[in-house]
Design a protein around this ligand. Structure first.
Ligand code: S3P
Length: 442
């Protein structure tokens, strides 16, 4: 385990500049997995080289794919073909990565061998029954710790069965785990989601040549059906900049007086953009310019100016499109005038940490008035900068660390985080990038 890395962020004025944040984490994991399955050569440009994704790259190598980083930063893969993965000769340590662990558990569930997964203290505390339950129905076996936690062995099905599965919670990870198991399963595997979650798996699987249909359902939601045992063919993937990482400089520019910044090439998939929509409703000056399509995903440059924000009511239906962005939205709400009610945040309790508790504790320590009512977070702002001046316990949660460092950029007293090392999982280069815009994080 590396040494803890405390950081402190102090108030600044006038952020300015043009930056590109690292590649999308969700798209990066999937690009490596599908490239490792496809026949022939795939390339991935703009891959997020954060710890989470590097763990997936290593796991795909252990499962038999050829995965190489070329000198120009492009990643090159030669895949094994659907059903062609090989038994890994050691435990797959997925580090902090819930997406890497859950999607891969799905992928290997329909291969006739055993794979053992583990991770860091955060990942080992997260619920895996949400994936083992549907995957058992497809014929896989699971031996894990109590409560369905890692370390866990996945005993892949010899003759996997296709299922129709309705998600009990809105989760793109669970949806993707079932679809990925469906890849090496004869027949049609169907996932029903009542609330649409990020659709990178669907978009990219189609791009690699899978037959996949998405049908809207009466009463909302959709049914996603995948025809098993497709021939996937290698292709070039271009990874957009991660909107979940762009969220940090965007909110910083809204809060720090006299700021005007541009974040370029950000993914604007509508199932990821709930934060930007909410911030606009709060009065944020965020403009999408130069909108374009890059290898199947929409992207744009975000031009952001400091804005006076007002409190809003964020409906629970919006949660899937901004699930990772509530910590930074709560920080923005603390600077707004009036009350922001964020509804339906149950899923926040099972992220890299219990984010609902972490955000509430951290904001309170920074002098912000708030309540947690059931699964709702209610933040009261008065349009003034909160005091700040607290030390925040990160608990291996990258988004908690970054959110509170942004808070320190505009609060009256500096905000410290006890260990910023976790930021490397999703946003390598966060501190120099923010400082290049004018932040004082040290
Ligand atoms: C992700 C889905 C979300 C999100 C995570 C990435 C994905 O998790 O929080 O950071 O890439 O599919 P859930 O599916 O658990 O909501």
């Amino acid at each position: 385990m590396s040494q803890s890395k405390p950081l402190s962020s102090s108030a600044v004025q006038g952020l300015s500049g043009r930056v590109r944040v690292p590649g999308d984490k969700s798209v990066s994991h999937r690009a490596l997995m599908f490239g490792a399955l496809a026949l022939g050569r795939s390339t991935v440009e703009g891959l997020l080289e954060g710890e989470d994704v590097l763990r997936t790259a290593e796991a795909m190598r252990r499962l038999g794919a050829e995965v190489t980083r070329l000198a120009d930063g492009t990643w090159e893969l030669y895949g094994r073909g659907v059903g062609g993965l090989a038994e890994p000769d050691d435990v797959l340590d997925m580090g902090n990565a819930g997406t890497g662990a859950r999607l891969l558990m799905g992928l290997v569930a329909s291969h006739p061998f055993t794979t053992v997964f583990t991770g860091d203290a955060s990942l080992r505390s997260r619920p895996m029954r949400r994936v083992s339950e549907p995957l058992s129905r497809m014929g896989a076996g699971f031996v894990g710790r109590s409560g369905g936690r890692l370390p866990m062995a996945v005993i892949g099905a010899v003759s996997p069965l296709p299922i129709t599965y309705e998600l009990p919670m809105p989760s793109a990870q669970v949806k993707s785990a079932v679809l990925l198991a469906g890849l090496n399963t004869p027949g049609i595997t169907t996932v029903i989601e009542r609330e649409a979650t990020r659709d990178h798996t669907e978009l990219m699987l189609r791009g690699f040549g899978a037959e996949l249909t998405v049908e809207p359902l009466d009463g909302g939601g959709r049914a996603i059906s995948l025809k098993g045992q497709p021939e996937l063919t290698g292709r070039a993937v271009k990874v957009p900049a991660d909107p979940s990482s762009a969220a940090f400089p965007v909110v910083a520019a809204l809060l720090v007086p006299q700021s005007h910044i541009t974040v370029t090439g950000v993914g604007t998939n509508p199932l990821r953009c709930g934060l930007f929509e909410t911030l606009r409703e709060m009065g944020a000056d965020i403009r999408l310019v130069n909108a374009r399509d890059e290898a199947g995903e929409p992207v744009a440059d975000l031009e952001v100016r400091c804005s006076a924000l007002k409190g809003v009511d964020v409906p629970p239906e919006r949660a899937p499109s901004m699930i990772d962005e509530y910590p930074i939205l709560a920080v923005a709400a603390a600077f707004a005038s009036g009350t922001t009610r964020m509804r339906g945040l149950a899923e926040l309790r099972v992220k890299e940490s219990d984010r609902l508790a972490a955000v509430a504790r951290g904001l309170e320590a920074c002098g912000v008035t708030l309540e947690v009512e059931g699964d709702d977070l209610i933040v009261h702002g008065n349009g003034q900068a909160p005091r700040g001046g607290a030390v925040i316990a990160v608990n291996l949660d990258h988004r908690i660390a970054m959110s509170f460092l942004v808070m320190g950029m505009a609060s009256r007293e500096p905000v410290r985080v006890d260990d910023a090392a976790a930021i490397e999982t999703s946003f390598p280069g966060f501190t120099p990038l923010m400082n290049s815009l004018g932040a004082r994080i040290e």
